[in-house]
Design a protein around this ligand. Structure first.
Ligand code: ADP
Ligand code: MG
Length: 443
């Protein structure tokens, strides 16, 4: 029964979401009226419950088997705890060496799960990362996080490392792709390639930051391909981050690209307003900034693109309030100090959206608003209409006018079509997500 239900879910859910949150489930108990699925971690359960999966699954059961099914999740005790898995690993390590790995200086102790504010924009990554840190190597391998700058990729990577080192008897190797290349080059030039390799391969988990840096660096790519395979063969956890979808990194060897995309890939989106409020509040406590709700709202409303910029604003406030002896930061003080910091960008227009969509889908701009009806042009037009409704304050009629005088009904039909197709078509969803991100970065 579960297999059939899973097949149905595959038709409507995102492939990566399924890999991350449905594939690890196992049937614990099934009858005609109930299904108990076990999960390797509580975070997976939380995310499935938050996304209404018990209901979704029982609705599917109702349609295909015609009976009411109650779906429950429970945490399962893994038969092979990660500790045992490590003992089986061929690369043995002396206690002193292990201890050295555990005192990992390259990890920022501040980047923990506790210091990360979860929200809808990052929750799948947050939940998957927590699961991984609880049982590294047992699911999602490799796990790839992608997001544009300042959205918490490095923070999450360190949080995984810190958690594994603190809670598991296991070692972690964290490095940026750029540093890996530098180390590789100096190993080559000093003819120490074997010790370079054996040092890395001696670790239990590999955390590699910013793999987009490998673009065009064929020698380092080959070396990393070797390291990747060794880790993977031994069931050791690999977590990678990238500033773009790993399949889209240019100038990467196909073999390596296919390794990047063989596991689970999830993205972090820019935080929405409520998450930004929570982030500002949390950072005020961490930086010991005394302020009020108005200032918190002012920052969350005006700084949208990424969290690094929010931190920058708060640090500026911290320094200025220290210098000027402002003990409790008022809204007028914050507005004055952050005046140059917050460059209010112009509102996005239908014209901007048309340009962005046309460039992204590689269609001449004038074709979108023209009468042409080829499949690609129509799709591009519908997407641009959908985004125009979402990101401008224009009415359907006004949007129609910008599309060469199309009617309000045509715009509405196009938007509805995109909304519906997005649910069934992950590639359309991913195109729209990418365009949304580009728009949000520009707002
Ligand atoms: P990236 O690697 O994606 O460029 P970072 O991980 O360096 O981004 O994050 C930039 C800064 O923003 C870091 O100081 C990080 O702690 C903070 N940050 C990002 N997202 C969050 C979040 N959701 N909650 C708390 N801090 C965050
Ligand atoms: Mg980073």
């Amino acid at each position: 029964m579960w297999k059939k239900l899973k097949n149905e879910l595959e038709k409507s859910e995102d492939k990566n979401f399924l890999k991350a949150f449905i594939a690890p489930l196992k049937v614990e108990k099934e009858t005609n009226s109930s299904l108990v699925l076990s999960s390797p971690s509580n975070h997976i359960i939380t995310i499935l419950e938050k996304n209404n999966f018990p209901k979704k699954i029982s609705l599917i059961a109702n349609t295909i088997f015609n009976y009411d099914l109650t779906v429950k999740f429970k945490k399962r005790v893994e038969q092979t705890p990660p500790e045992l898995l490590q003992e089986k690993l061929p690369v043995g390590k002396k206690t002193s060496e292990k201890k050295r790995c555990r005192e990992n200086k390259s990890l920022n102790k501040f980047y923990t799960f506790d210091n990360f504010v979860p929200g809808p924009s990052n929750y799948p990554v947050f939940a998957a990362a927590k699961s991984i840190s609880q049982s590294p190597g047992s699911h999602y391998n490799p796990f790839v996080i992608y997001a544009s700058t300042g959205l918490g990729k490095t923070h999450i990577l360190h949080a995984i490392g810190n958690h594994i080192i603190d809670k598991k008897n296991s070692s972690v190797f964290y490095i940026t792709a750029q540093q890996l290349m530098n180390d590789y080059i100096s190993a080559l030039s000093s003819q120490q390639i074997n010790s370079f390799r054996s040092k890395i391969l001696g670790y239990d988990t590999l955390l590699l930051d910013d793999i987009q840096f490998f673009s065009g660096k064929r020698g380092t790519q080959n070396e990393f391909f070797y390291i990747f395979n060794k880790f993977h063969e031994q069931g050791k956890q690999i977590v990678l981050t990238s500033d773009k979808y790993p399949g889209e990194i240019k100038d990467i060897d196909d073999r390596l690209r296919s390794r990047f995309t063989m596991g689970v890939i999830l993205d972090i989106k820019p935080p929405e307003y409520e998450t930004r409020i929570a982030i500002v509040k949390k950072k005020c406590i961490l930086y010991n900034l005394k302020t009020d709700e108005n200032v918190i709202e002012f920052i969350a409303k005006n700084i949208k693109e990424n969290v690094r910029k929010i931190e920058g604003a708060l640090k500026t406030l911290e320094i200025s309030s220290d210098l000027m002896g402002e003990k409790i930061i008022s809204i007028s003080f914050a507005k004055k100090v952050l005046k140059d910091f917050i460059v209010s960008k112009k509102d996005i227009t239908v014209g901007d959206i048309l340009k962005l969509t046309a460039t992204y889908l590689d269609i001449p701009l004038r074709d979108i608003t023209s009468k042409k009806r080829s499949k690609k042009i129509s799709l591009c037009r519908q997407i641009a209409m959908f985004l125009s409704k979402k990101y401008t304050n224009m009415t359907l009629k006004e949007i129609g006018n910008q599309f060469n005088g199309r009617s309000h009904a045509t715009v509405l039909t196009s938007i509805k079509k995109i909304e519906k197709n997005m649910m069934d078509d992950p590639s359309l969803k991913s195109i729209i997500n990418k365009l949304e991100r580009k728009i949000e970065e520009n707002i």
